[in-house]
Design a binder for this molecule. Structure first.
Ligand code: CA
Length: 332
């Protein structure tokens, strides 16, 4: 068997992960380009360490147009004191920083989708180089990994925290304990439609306790969704024994995505009329939305029917849909 020897990451950290106290700095990735010959991508990072204990790796901006995570993590980075911590907290509010700075889901540099780029490559595109740094440098430091998501510009979600069903039931149980502690209004046993290359999968395959969120969407945040994120991240750190104090418990409703019947995709594009709003219950066969062809009047709309009983957990956000768009996600 030939062994692939990977070169070192081109990213250098201006923080020392083993140092005590609070450090604010950057992950610096050299990026030579027309407007900056010896330029860099500068990804903000905060490390808070106080003695021995577990490490939590907290990330937002994996997709650049999802805002609850960055809001909660810029806030936490600014306010977390070393004395409150036992162990270490590594905070990267905007993992795909070029995408975050541009307000886009994927990187404007290479069109890289961070959550389809793992394990990444040290000699790849900018997005692949960032993924590789998380894969080989940051994930191995952590026991607990929280990666914030929301729907971005094209989806809107009920606010939930989530983990995946895993082959290792102990790892799975620890993840769902943290989902419960996060205390979002909904908690989800999540099914992925496209798990290859995901950060989630990379962390889980390394044996990490991985949780994620979907906290809203539409390319913005609300006071409510930002509040859920800010409270949730502190609750997770408390439940992990990293942050002092008790978890602020709150009522959560558990949801499950049992199989692919959860998802509905548009077979034609057009103008979408929602007939059910987020959180509303539906029966199998109910029409959850209809899509009008926009090229002419008088044509019948395409009906999007629920393939199972459940409630609407996510929906397409913009008023026009394209063929192939995910228009509705149900959960039970
Ligand atoms: Ca996302």
């Amino acid at each position: 068997m030939t062994e692939t020897i990977l070169r070192p990451s081109p990213i250098s950290a201006s923080v020392d992960f083993s140092a005590e106290g609070v450090q604010h700095g950057f992950l610096r990735l050299p990026y030579s380009r027309d407007d900056s010959a010896w330029g860099s991508v500068m990804i903000p990072i905060t490390v808070v360490r106080n003695g021995d204990g577990p490490t939590a790796l907290l990330t937002g901006g994996n997709h650049g147009d999802e805002y609850e995570g960055p809001i909660a993590l810029f806030d936490l980075a600014r306010t977390l004191a070393a004395e409150e911590v036992t162990g270490r907290v590594i905070i990267v509010p905007a993992m795909n920083y070029p995408a975050f700075a541009a307000g886009t889901r994927v990187s404007p540099i290479d069109k890289g989708n961070m959550n389809r780029s793992f394990p990444g490559r040290p000699d790849g595109t900018v997005t692949q180089k960032i993924a590789d740094y998380f894969q080989r440098e940051l994930l191995p430091l952590a026991e607990i990994v929280l990666d914030f998501h929301s729907g971005g510009k094209t989806l809107d979600f009920l606010p939930f925290c989530a983990a995946h069903i895993l082959p290792d039931k102990e790892q799975e149980a620890r993840a769902f304990e943290l989902v419960k502690a996060f205390g979002a209004p909904w908690s989800m046993k999540m099914l992925e439609i496209d798990a290859v290359g995901m950060y989630d999968t990379a962390a889980e395959e390394m044996g990490k306790v991985f949780i994620t969120t979907e906290l809203g969407g539409g390319g913005t945040a609300t006071a409510r969704s930002a509040g859920i994120a800010k409270r949730g991240v502190r609750n997770v750190l408390r439940a992990a024994g990293i942050l002092k104090g008790a978890v602020e418990t709150s009522k959560t409703e558990w949801l499950d995505m049992p199989d692919g019947d959860c998802f509905s995709f548009a077979e034609d594009g057009g103008l979408i009329e929602p007939l059910v709003d987020l959180g509303e219950k539906v029966r199998k066969g109910d029409v959850v939305a209809q899509i009008y062809p926009i090229a002419r009047t008088g044509a019948e709309p395409l009906e999007i029917k629920a393939k199972m009983d459940g409630l609407l957990a996510a929906r397409h956000f913009p008023g026009l849909v394209k063929q192939g768009d995910c228009v509705a996600v149900l959960a039970i």
